[in-house]
Every structure is written in C-alpha cells, then in structure tokens.
Design a protein around this ligand. Structure first.
Ligand SMILES: C[S@@+](CC[C@H](N)C(=O)[O-])C[C@H]1O[C@@H](n2cnc3c(N)ncnc32)[C@H](O)[C@@H]1O
Length: 215
C-alpha cells in the first residue's frame, strides 16, 4: 500500500467566476494571505504544480482558457494537497486588465505562449506593447515578469516591448526558478531545440499605468 506525503485536497481548485465585471478580491480566495504569483496560459500545470509545491508560502493563480487542461491541473493540485493554487478559466489579457486589482500581484509567469508565427496572426500574441502596461498595473512595486519561449521571433518581440517600456528593467531568472521546467520545455530540450528566457522587474516608481487603472 502506498501512502501519500500530504492529504489530498477534496475541494476543486477551479474557481467559478460569478461575475466577470468586478475585480477579484484575491486574498479572500486563499486560506492564507501571502504573496500572489500568476501563470498565464498554464497548460497542463507542469510548472504551476511543481512550483507551488516548492513555495507553500506563496499563493498561485493559474489562468488557462481550455477547460480540459484546467481540470488536469486541478487533479494534480488536489493529489499534491495544494491549497495555495487557484485555477481560473478565462482569456489572459481580459483577466489581467479587468479582473486583477491594480497593485495586487508579486510575479507573472508566461511560459511558451502561443507564438502565432504567421505575420498576419501576430496581432494575436499575448505579449505586445500594450501588455507591458497591463502587467505594470497589476504588479506590486518591484514585481517580476518571467518569460520563456522557443520562438526566436516572439522572443525578440517580448524583449523589445519590455526593454522599451520605461516601467521595467531587465533582471535575472533565479536558478531555483529556471530549474523548474514545463512539459513543453522538457519536450523541446529532448528534441534538441533550445529555449529562450528573460525576466523583467517593475521599477519601484512605475506604478499606476493608465491602461490598468480602469475600473
Ligand atoms: C503552448 S501552451 C504552454 C503551456 C505551459 N505554459 C507550458 O509551458 O507547458 C500555451 C497554453 O496557453 C493557453 N492559452 C493560449 N492563449 C491563451 C489566452 N489568451 N488566455 C488563456 N490561456 C491561453 C493555451 O490553451 C495553452 O494551454
């Protein structure tokens, strides 16, 4: 007979939004008030679950638009007994702009977002010049944005928009974060495809972007 290290959490970690017109009161959605990190496009949760297990002292919101994937993360989170994970099914940009309160989160993780490689589809990319304003509005002072992709063209776009956004400065991805790989990342590495990463920090004086300040 096998015994699990921690009790399974019976309650679903998927949060049903009763209202998408009002901002969330994030602290109330977790058992403990502690720093909040958000992963946009969490996929099957390979990063989110591992990282949340390593950091019980932080709360994590996983955003994903596909319900099947969200359910997979839910099963993994419950099996791991994680009460510091909350899952929401919504479009990432809408969540960032309209549901997250201003100055409410400590870090944003965006790993292998859909690259939309065809030129005419690039307008669908999540990370563009407008995104930096939304991220700046949601982050607390000195908040962090962590990015990973395998797509060189998208990486150039990401680094260009963040390096020209005056609210952010380039920083390092900590080693303890780098070593937590997503399934996509492991798969690329197994096929000999290298991946790219970057991290940006919100300047202390950069709060209150007009984009995210809407109510
Ligand atoms: C290529 S996968 C990467 C998943 C995960 N981050 C990883 O590295 O393993 C991109 C994920 O983002 C989700 N996604 C794409 N665009 C999204 C959006 N606008 N809002 C929410 N989720 C999105 C997709 O459904 C998919 O699960």
């Amino acid at each position: 007979m096998t015994t699990s290290k921690r009790p399974t959490t019976e309650e679903t970690r998927i949060h049903r939004l009763e209202n998408i017109l009002e901002r969330l009161d994030i602290e109330k959605l977790f058992p403990k008030a502690q720093p909040v990190e958000v992963e946009l496009g969490a996929g099957d949760g390979s990063f989110l679950v591992q990282y949340a297990e390593r950091h019980p002292d932080r709360n994590f919101v996983g955003l994903e638009r596909l319900l099947g994937r969200l359910r997979k993360i839910d099963r993994k989170s419950r099996r791991a007994g994680l009460v510091n994970v909350l899952l929401i099914r919504l479009e990432a940009a809408y969540f960032l702009e309209f549901l997250l309160p201003p100055v409410s989160i400590d870090a944003l993780h965006i790993y292998f977002p859909d690259p939309w490689p065809k030129r005419k589809h690039r307008k669908n990319r999540l990370i563009d010049a407008r995104f930096t304003g939304l991220a700046a509005a949601a982050l607390k002072p000195a908040g962090l944005v962590y990015l990973r992709t395998d797509d060189m063209d998208y990486f150039q776009q990401m680094t260009e928009v963040f390096s020209t956004a005056s609210q952010f400065c380039l920083t390092e991805t900590p080693a303890e974060l780098s070593e937590v790989m997503t399934d996509f990342e492991r798969n690329f590495h197994a096929r000999g495809i290298s991946t790219l990463r970057a991290a940006y920090q919100l300047r202390e004086s950069a709060q209150g972007s007009p984009v995210g300040a809407k109510t």
